[in-house]
Design a binder for this molecule. Structure first.
Ligand SMILES: Cc1cc2nc3c(=O)[nH]c(=O)nc-3n(C[C@H](O)[C@H](O)[C@H](O)COP(=O)(O)OP(=O)(O)OC[C@H]3O[C@@H](n4cnc5c(N)ncnc54)[C@H](O)[C@@H]3O)c2cc1C
Length: 646
């Protein structure tokens, strides 16, 4: 049986990473040139890792499903990236960022990893500035910051509402430099469909050329998965349409454990669902909560009047507005973490105060900010977000408040990794949103970009050397090995099977049905009966998919229906594992809200005695997955009930 060994180094928390780096093995420059590494994904995690590994002298092959590496989903990130620079002199520190992250994640993440993340956060900003990333600056020319949820200091670095794009352009430039030098070879429009193991170690992948349909083999000394999260299991989410969980899922099916799959983040400030024909949701950045105030009317008759259109939100007097986050959480107000803000919006809407036709929306209002700081200030800080809102809703948010509602946004769960970011398969690493690492039950805003770049620029390039140091004598992986043959044949069979079903349901209709099941029973609130029901419904839907799906076209050409079908087949399995995990975790923590486990005030109620562990699931074929537990220890943070009130 595979053992879960976290490999957290001994010694004081603040010295662990430095000591670890000093003691792990390194590969000499001459030997690096002989070694090959495959990186799956060109988002911030993959691009930064590949660029750094290339600069170190390794031979890197990098894969993505888009037509250019710089179109990875990371480009959508709006609000910013955290770092403990303390430029605002507001008493931020590495410890405070570490503590906020552990608390924000509701004490379900590993202390040592989170401390390291906070520690390297400052290097990221220096690296990106050196690359020319145009972070916002204050009047004196220093880098500016804004606040994000779950923190009482301003530590978020940003580039208007396009931080992900600017950071990715920086990483992409670094990557291209390596492509030009010949250390990195880029494979756009290539989708990894399977991981190949030889003697239990990751030695390569099977990929499909998305333009020709050709199935190809690629070998390496190690494989790094940076393929992003699985939020699109819910069909509707803020993720890019192409985001998927398949690469990580194939690794799971080859023996890598999948950790905390039920930890999915619901973001409080998204544009509400408009109808049944929608295939994507739009995020309004959390940064808007710096200056925007969230409210619903106090009186039901005002709610009714707004829904009918007889009153505008701006007609509602101040004393008739319920700024419910400020009322319930005075210490953090509108800047409570995402899970708390999302549940509070749901609570108001469930009580009948939702302000749109479906009763599933609350207001995000800039009236106070307009009065105090003026339109120019808002334009400078959030101009493109206001424009985007107006284009989608045909409402001018400078005049009337935005309508927002929670939506699926991010997945904290992912491939289980040890302190070295290695999965339970030797030679297989997972970085960025694809791993489960640092965010516990709830990720704080602006911490995903930080984690992806920490993993890619500053952690993996060291830790992978420790593994490769014992491999440099091994020859290049032979892709004629029977393991490659077998994996390739299995993929071809899977594709042929999908194309031959020729049933009556479109891939999208099945994905949408899965999304409904997930949102209803594995969404913002979960309970035992609902989760059991979800598992049954997903099993039935899986049968329906494999007997009645219709995949148009063939495998010899660009075929997006086929691409989608392969991904939806995996989403069906991921959704089932998420429900299993949620059923097993009989406590509420972070974004995982079990209705049976709540305080009298409707807040999450953890069960530290029984659930203070990472749930890592092992694939068991047709049998139920097996649960392994990594106990969590908190020596440097006092474990307490999260309090954002005082
Ligand atoms: C709208 C939005 C706004 C956000 N804003 C912020 C923010 O302001 N701050 C913050 O910290 N976080 C933010 N996030 C979260 C953050 O953007 C993501 O968590 C992060 O960018 C993920 O980066 P990644 O490198 O792990 O993966 P991704 O950027 O998702 O990249 C995945 C890569 O893997 C490739 N890939 C996937 N599957 C395969 C396969 N099978 N074969 C080959 N290639 C594959 C893709 O082509 C892509 O290149 C936001 C998220 C959304 C949705």
């Amino acid at each position: 049986m595979t053992e879960l060994i976290s490999k957290v180094p001994e010694g004081p928390l603040a010295e662990k990473w430095t000591n670890h780096k000093a003691h792990i093995r390194v590969v000499s420059p001459a030997n690096k040139k002989k070694m090959e590494i495959i990186v799956i994904g060109t988002g911030l995690a993959g691009a930064s890792a590949a660029a750094t590994l290339g600069e170190l002298g390794y031979n890197v092959k990098i894969f993505c499903i888009s037509d250019s590496p710089r179109r990875a989903h990371s480009i959508a990130a709006q609000g910013g990236i955290n770092a403990a620079k303390n430029y605002q002199n507001d008493n931020d520190s590495v410890y405070r960022l570490f503590y906020d992250t552990i608390k924000g994640g509701d004490y379900r993440s590993r202390e040592a990893n989170v401390y390291r993340l906070a520690e390297v956060s400052n290097n990221i900003i220096d690296q990106c500035v050196a690359q020319g990333v145009p972070f916002a600056r204050d009047y004196g020319g220093l880098l500016d910051n804004r606040s994000f949820g779950g923190a009482q200091v301003s530590r978020t670095f940003y580039a208007r509402g396009q931080t992900g794009q600017q950071l990715l352009l920086g990483a992409y430039a670094a990557l291209n430099r390596q492509v030009a030098k010949g250390t990195v070879k880029s494979y756009p429009r290539h989708e990894m469909l399977d991981l190949v193991l030889i003697n239990g170690e990751a030695k390569g992948i099977i990929a499909r050329d998305l333009t020709t349909g050709e199935i190809q083999r690629f070998g390496a000394h190690a494989v790094v998965v940076a393929s992003g999260g699985y939020g699109n299991t819910y069909f509707l989410s803020t993720n890019a349409m192409n985001s998927n969980g398949s690469a990580a899922w194939q690794c799971y099916k080859k023996g890598a454990f999948f950790a905390n799959p039920c930890f999915a983040q619901i973001h409080p400030t998204c544009i509400p669902v408009h109808g049944d024909q929608q295939s994507k949701l739009t995020l309004m950045s959390e940064s808007l909560r710096n200056d925007g105030r969230i409210w619903v009317p106090k009186k039901l008759e005002d709610v009714e009047a707004i829904r009918k259109g007889t009153k505008k939100p701006s007609d509602i007097a101040e004393e008739d507005r319920d700024y419910y986050l400020e009322r319930r959480y005075p210490a953090f107000g509108n800047l409570v973490p995402r899970d708390v803000a999302s549940r509070a919006a749901k609570e108001r809407c469930d009580a009948g105060y939702g302000v749109n036709d479906q009763g599933l929306a609350v207001f995000l209002d800039f009236k106070t900010c307009m009065e105090q700081k003026g339109r120019k200030y808002i334009e400078e800080k959030y101009g493109n977000l206001f424009q985007m809102y107006e284009e989608i809703n045909d409402v001018d948010p400078y005049k009337e408040p935005m309508m927002i509602f929670p939506a699926i946004h991010y997945t904290m769960g992912g491939l289980w990794v040890d302190y070295n970011l290695q999965t339970t398969i030797p030679g297989l690493y997972a970085i960025g949103e694809a791993n489960f690492s640092d965010h516990g039950g709830n990720r704080l805003g602006a911490s995903a970009l930080m984690q992806g770049l920490a993993d890619g620029y500053f952690i993996l390039p060291y830790t992978i050397g420790d593994y490769l140091a014992s491999k440099f004598k091994e020859p290049k992986t032979d892709t004629n090995a029977p393991e490659f043959e077998e994996a390739e044949n299995r993929i071809k069979e899977r594709i042929n099977k999908l194309l031959s079903i020729k049933g009556k349901r479109t891939v999208d209709s099945i994905h949408k049905e899965l999304g409904h099941i997930m949102w209803e029973y594995v969404g913002m609130a979960r309970n035992e009966a609902g989760l059991k029901k979800a598992i049954g419904l997903i099993k039935d839907l899986k049968k329906e998919f494999w007997s009645n799906v219709y995949v148009a076209g063939d495998n010899e050409h660009f075929n997006q229906e086929l691409e989608k079908a392969l991904r939806v087949a995996d989403f069906l399995e991921i959704g089932e594992l998420m429900a299993y995990d949620a059923l097993n975790r009989r406590e509420s923590c972070g974004g995982h809200f079990r209705e049976e486990m709540q305080t009298e005030e409707g807040e999450t109620k953890r069960d530290d005695e029984n659930f203070m562990y990472v749930a890592a699931w092992e694939y068991k074929g047709q049998e139920e997955p097996e649960l392994h537990k990594e106990p969590l220890e908190f020596k440097y943070c006092k474990v307490a009930t999260r309090n954002y009130k005082d």
